[in-house]
Design a protein around this ligand. Sequence first.
Ligand SMILES: *[C@@H]1O[C@H](CO)[C@@H](O)[C@H](O)[C@H]1NC(C)=O
Ligand SMILES: *[C@@H]1O[C@H](CO)[C@@H](O)[C@H](O)[C@H]1NC(C)=O
Ligand SMILES: *[C@@H]1O[C@H](CO)[C@@H](O)[C@H](O)[C@H]1NC(C)=O
Length: 210
Amino acid sequence: MGRIISTSLPCFCSLLRLILDEYEFTEGFQFGVRTASFQVEGGWNASGKGESIWDYITHNNPNFINDGSNANIACDTYHKIAEDVQLLKDMNVDYYCFSISWPRIFSNGHTNRPNEDGIRYYTELIDELLVNGITPLVTMFPLLVELFVNNADKLFYHFGDKVKNWITFNESYKICNFSYSDGILTPGYKQKGIGDYLCSYTVLIVHGRT
Ligand SMILES: *[C@@H]1O[C@H](CO)[C@@H](O)[C@H](O)[C@H]1NC(C)=O
Ligand SMILES: *[C@@H]1O[C@H](CO)[C@@H](O)[C@H](O)[C@H]1NC(C)=O
Ligand SMILES: *[C@@H]1O[C@H](CO)[C@@H](O)[C@H](O)[C@H]1NC(C)=O
């Protein structure tokens, strides 16, 4: 990673059609597509959302990403629920895997005061997926054991009746190696042998507790 992926959904649609035309899959094979909140949502400060570590690093170190871009708008999926779900439906996928942006729901990082608009946004997205026959699969991501487990608790409370598939971490190897050892992903720590070790330890404890 290390750059913002902003390939448009229509582009993915053509790619998927190409793959489906070219290959045969066994009966019942389940297809899905996947996004990460920071890379697609935009609306970085909309309706009470807090600043994420990626917002912070791209706003304060414009050279962190090669071409100096940030994700203030990205694919603007925050404003395009109906349009994007329609594109997913056109692709005929069974699953849509997305991540929930921690600061969109817990603006100040803590779990005691959920941001109503964050709950509304993900509820509308999940409902739109379900009425279109697409199963949501959600990545939670945030670190730090207690905060993560409390965050997971709240997510299960708000969305657990509709979302039955959850992923705790996406690419934990990359998070721990690239963010805390090589420093090429935010928060950019270069602490080889310590940062990556502590990160992996935390990820495993959090996964178990959640
Ligand atoms: C997490 O998942 C998304 C979507 O599949 C991907 O774009 C992103 O690069 C992944 N990795 C990290 C470290 O965020
Ligand atoms: C949100 O951020 C944009 C820049 O991306 C800025 O122009 C705008 O004033 C901000 N809005 C609020 C409510 O802070
Ligand atoms: C971490 O990633 C770098 C590439 O960025 C690689 O050279 C290094 O071997 C990786 N570290 C571990 C412990 O795998």
